[in-house]
Write a protein that binds this ligand. Structure first.
Ligand code: CP3
Length: 369
């Protein structure tokens, strides 16, 4: 028999099952890997688009946001795509105003400082106010085929910190001052924000996001006692509402070594670990009934390849083939990261076999399972 068409090679792995299975704590062929902030200025093709459009313009044009989401999937071969948007977009319909000034980070023009400010926040309808994000998700689900799409929102503490400070902060002085001096105002703000963010995240899932991540990037500024009293109930609402939609939920923060048990209580199928805690220590603190994501220091990507490999292998050995590890950085990709370093990490993670020694990088040992 002759074939007029070459037989299409079957994919060796099913990417969808690899990332989503690991989130569900199931066994996978190799550890899945993606990177927070995998779309961004380190990619020349992103910079080319940014020459023509501002960050907010990209977000407002679903086709462009979809294209920018796909760039790292093509360039790096990661196991998941993360929607291109920003945790601060809900500030626009809330009436706080949002602008990204060159080199200065976000500026929120009408910061929230008093009970009146909280009362003046406008109600947000995800479909009519942030529909452009949902449209990008719908486009991406048509384009991505086997690669799963992650939706996301900021957690109420991290978003509140930007709304109160009016931009980025080191000390979170105004944020904590509101918590301690005006607890009623704080709780009213967190109540409103958690409702808005929860509706937004659920809308993303209904539009097609196959997993979601809640970014509490700056929550490590808090003591466990303050986290429990001022933050946990509000993060919990969002994480629980997302969970009811039956997709994996990733709960991320940095500097969280002392907060991990409380963050687990707040919720999430997967907990993010940054590089300040060894992966196995963090996982032990959390318990093996949750999956973990992390935890390479993003600055390691500026080291020579053998040094990167040593550290990637160390993380994978600490995970020790246990189901439920998703490889990632401990925080987002930095601006000047070499693209080749990220590509190499994806290959290292995919080629790693348990039992492999760090000084024998190419020796492959069969996986027990
Ligand atoms: O690839 C992806 O991860 C998806 C896109 C994404 C962006 N922001 C686009 C963006 C995601 C997931 C975010 C989340 C986000 N935004 C967080 C949480 C994650 C983290 O890093 O902790 C935070 C804190 C923000 C708020 C924010 N957005 C800041 C503080 C800044 C300025 C800092 C900087 O790097 O310039 C942004 C701008 C921003 N959002 C960029 C990108 C790609 C910068 C690049 C640009 O201006 O084009």
């Amino acid at each position: 028999m002759t074939l007029t068409q070459p037989i299409q090679q079957l994919p060796v792995t099913n990417y969808q099952s690899r990332f989503l299975s690991a989130c569900k704590h199931e066994r996978v062929d190799v550890t899945p890997v993606w990177f927070m902030r995998q779309a961004g200025r380190y990619l020349p093709e992103y910079r080319a688009i940014r020459e023509k459009y501002s960050l907010i313009e990209i977000c407002h044009h679903p086709e462009i946001a979809a294209e920018v989401t796909l760039q790292p999937v093509r360039a790096l071969g990661v196991d998941a795509a993360i929607l291109f948007a920003d945790i601060l977009l809900p500030a626009i319909p809330l009436g706080v105003g949002l602008e990204f000034a060159k080199g200065e980070g976000p500026i929120l023009q009408n910061p929230v400082r008093t009970m009146d400010d909280v009362k003046n926040l406008r109600p947000v309808n995800p479909e009519s106010d942030l529909g452009y994000v949902l449209d990008a998700i719908r486009i991406l689900r048509g384009e991505l085929k086997d690669t799963p799409l992650i939706g996301f929102c900021g957690a109420p503490f991290t978003v509140a910190s930007y709304l109160i400070e009016g931009g980025s902060s080191r000390e979170f002085l105004k944020t904590k001052a509101m918590m301690y001096a005006e607890p009623q105002t704080w709780h009213a703000l967190m109540e409103k924000l958690s409702a808005v963010l929860s509706d937004y995240l659920v809308a993303q899932i209904r539009a097609g996001a196959q997993a979601v991540q809640v970014f509490d990037s700056w929550v490590g500024a808090l003591s466990p006692q303050d986290y429990e009293e001022f933050v946990l109930p509000y993060s919990q609402k969002i994480l629980q509402d997302a969970k009811k939609e039956n997709v994996p939920v990733i709960h991320f923060g940095t500097n969280t070594a002392t907060l991990l048990p409380l963050m687990k209580r707040a919720g999430g199928d997967v907990l993010g670990l940054d590089w300040r805690i060894p992966l196995d220590d963090g996982w032990r603190l959390l318990g093996e009934d949750v999956a973990v994501q992390g935890n390479l220091d993003p600055t390691v990507l500026f080291a020579p390849l053998p040094e990167i490999k040593k550290r990637v292998d160390d993380i994978l050995r600490r995970a020790n083939g246990r189901p439920g590890h998703i490889f990632n950085l401990g925080h987002g990709v930095l601006q000047y990261t070499p693209v080749d370093a990220l590509k190499a990490v994806v290959e290292m993670v995919h080629e790693f076999r348990s039992g492999q020694s760090a000084d024998l990088p190419h020796k492959k040992v069969r996986c027990e399972n």
